[in-house]
Design a protein around this ligand. Structure first.
Ligand code: IMP
Length: 453
């Protein structure tokens, strides 16, 4: 597997962190290629839980080179905090940051929050992701490399801030004291006319971050291609999921980057001809955070299945703590995800969560205005009106610790028959081999069918 891309096949939170960590044990380089600290990866190694938002999942392995590629939006403050928290656990990762990646500035967070507070938001993570990508496309953004150049950084801030402050004022928002106490009471109109005090406060703060990160800021495309030239094994780790993709997701209820496998080429600078395999991470059921259509959603309060999936799956966001919306597996979406990503293999996660349900439903088609659909409509409003057509499969008992240990060693045949049949059912419908099956959060609670058959 010289170059493997890992992508989420649903709306994020499929358990990519665990799978990337699993594959990272065989990798030389792990690179993220889009998004920022809106992601939430939980990796558990030897009983120690690592909650990562920005860093690649390979950071828990000291032998792996980790990369934040050019396609990312990086909040340097969060980055330094995550590095410090790893250092507290004795981990000092090899980490390299693209000089081309965009910088999330406080103004981006303020704009994101103000948009959400205005009531017109889509339930973002409020981390400033959308406004930072907007600045990138508008060619007014600050890149990580600019943090090493005081004159350029000040120039960029001077150009960018007045327009953003106008929007902030329009939304009735202000500068939070938690960011710049001295400017919290500042008159935004005065700053729009002359942003110098804010430019100076930000420049001072962000130049200090640049100084701390200096050794790690490199041309990551060169790093990855040097690796390719030496036959390195590379994992390109996606964040969020297929249906949060800005082009292919449930627009406008999406994130602002290309989350599908094609995004890896752009966001890491690795061409399509170099990619050998694409691993799609499929959660054994479906979850979504934030607003937007969700055909197979189950109500937490009125549907026992919804409560079971949420509670047994601990479906609360790693990044925001929000309760995730839960529902049955949706094969209409997953077939599209297979097409979009060109999946060569699937990792099915959290199969154990279904244990204890007497019946498991799977959505095989939609009905819209009396017509049966096997492909999702492009329009989010139409998708929201679709009614799921279910097939019902038998459930299985809660998996005991012994069954999990046994199955992780022996394979599918050591699982209850209904659990193994569920895996085969999905595999037949998607026509992609399911090679990894997650039975719990730990790295060792995994069936690797490449070994067990
Ligand atoms: P943003 O990425 O913060 O702009 O949020 C846009 C949408 O993507 C919102 O619905 C978020 O809840 C969702 N989102 C962003 N990152 C993740 C993630 O890592 N997992 C699940 N949903 C996410």
């Amino acid at each position: 597997m010289p170059v493997t891309v890992i992508v989420g096949a649903q709306w994020g939170d499929e358990g990519k962190g665990k799978v990337t960590d699993f594959l990272a044990t065989q990798a030389d380089i792990v690179s993220r290629f889009q998004g920022g600290n809106n992601a939430g990866h939980t990796v558990i190694v030897n009983g120690v839980t690592h909650k990562l938002h920005l860093l690649p999942s390979g950071v828990v392995n000291p032998a792996v080179k980790n990369v934040l590629g050019n396609g990312l939006v990086v909040d340097p403050k969060v980055l330094l905090q995550e590095l410090a928290s790893l250092a507290d656990k004795g981990l000092v990762p090899q980490l390299f940051i693209s000089d081309r990646a965009q910088v999330i500035l406080p103004i981006h967070r303020w704009l994101d929050g103000a948009a959400e507070d205005s009531g017109g938001g889509i339930g973002t993570t409020r981390r400033g992701i959308g406004p930072t990508y907007t600045d990138k496309v508008q060619r007014s953004g600050v890149r990580i490399g600019d943090l090493l150049d005081p004159r350029r950084l000040r120039e960029r801030l001077h150009d960018m801030l007045p327009e953003h402050l106008l929007v902030l004022r329009h939304r009735g928002s202000h500068i939070p004291a938690s960011d710049y106490e001295a400017l919290a009471a500042a008159d935004l109109s005065a700053l729009i006319a002359d942003p110098t005090p804010l430019v100076e406060a930000m420049a001072e703060e962000y130049l200090a971050y640049g100084a701390q990160l200096r050794e790690r800021i490199v041309d990551t495309v060169a790093l990855l291609h040097d690796g390719l030239n030496h036959n390195a094994t590379i994992v390109l780790e996606g964040a969020q999921g297929t249906f949060l993709d800005i082009d292919h997701g449930t627009y406008p209820f999406v994130t602002s980057s290309n989350t599908i496998s094609g995004g890896a080429c752009i966001g890491a600078g690795v061409p399509p001809t170099m990619i050998d395999s694409v691993c799609g991470i499929v959660k054994a059921y479906t979850t979504r955070v934030g607003s937007g259509p969700f055909v197979t959603e189950l109500d937490y309060d009125t549907d026992a299945g919804g409560k079971h999936l949420t509670d047994a799956g601990h479906e609360f966001g790693t990044t925001t703590g929000r309760r995730r919306r839960c529902g049955w597996l949706d094969l209409v979406l997953l077939r599209r995800a297979v097409e979009l990503n060109g999946m060569t293999t699937i990792a099915l996660t959290k199969l154990d969560v279904l244990g204890g349900l007497s019946e498991i439903k799977v959505c095989v088609a939609y009905e819209l205005d009396g017509t049966r659909l096997t492909r999702m409509p492009s329009d989010a409003a139409d998708l929201a009106r679709c009614v799921p057509v279910y097939e019902s499969l038998p459930g299985f008992e809660k998996l005991s610790k012994a069954t999990v240990v046994h199955a992780s060693e022996q394979g599918l045949s050591a699982l209850p028959k209904a659990a193994a049949d569920y895996v085969r059912y999905i595999e037949q419908h998607l026509e992609v081999p399911i090679e990894l099956i997650g039975l719990g959060p730990g790295r060792e609670e995994t069936i690797d069918r490449r070994k067990t058959g």
